[in-house]
Ligand binder design. Structure first.
Ligand SMILES: Nc1nc2c(c(=O)[nH]1)N=C([C@H](O)[C@H](O)COP(=O)(O)OP(=O)(O)OP(=O)(O)O)CN2
Ligand code: ZN
Length: 131
């Protein structure tokens, strides 16, 4: 069984790896939604995989570091694409949240990414890179 909890973060960013003419090179902001998925068995007594509150507690320090921030200023997020943000969140949560299964970043209502941790994608499996 997989459960999830969603968090909303208001933050600014720009993508310095893009050409200057690209709209996302410029400073702009998003209401990011971050979904944290945890996979595990349903405990017979409690009837749940994990208390949603425990997911919230594990995410809290990350929320505090990301919310109402300029993401590019954060070490590890110098190029804060959705993909880099997913890797960043995973890297911080993995040791704190047993059963972490997926981190989903909704950068806008229509775009984002899902990450299932290192090893979930083969090294060198490049599918894009254009601007
Ligand atoms: N693979 C990625 N592509 C893009 C990212 C990203 O993080 N990973 N980020 C951006 C920009 O930051 C942009 O703010 C979001 O992209 P986009 O979906 O193009 O935003 P729009 O709301 O302008 O989309 P429309 O549907 O065209 O209105 C760009 N690409
Ligand atoms: Zn953006």
């Amino acid at each position: 069984m997989e459960i999830f909890k969603s968090f909303r973060i208001e933050a600014a960013h720009r993508l310095p790896g893009l050409p200057e003419g690209h709209k996302c090179w410029r400073l702009h902001g998003h209401s990011f939604r971050i979904d944290v998925h945890v996979r595990g068995v349903v405990d017979a007594q409690r009837g749940w995989v994990m208390d949603f509150a425990d997911v919230g507690a594990a995410f809290r320090p990350i929320f505090d570091d990301l919310d109402h921030r300029y993401l590019n200023d954060i070490v590890g997020l110098e190029n804060p694409t959705s993909e880099r943000l997913a890797q960043y969140v995973w890297g911080r949560l993995a040791g704190a949240l047993p059963g972490l299964a997926r981190v989903v970043i909704h950068e806008t209502c229509t775009s984002g990414c899902a990450y299932e941790g290192p090893g979930s994608v083969k090294e060198g499996q490049k599918v894009g890179g254009g601007d």
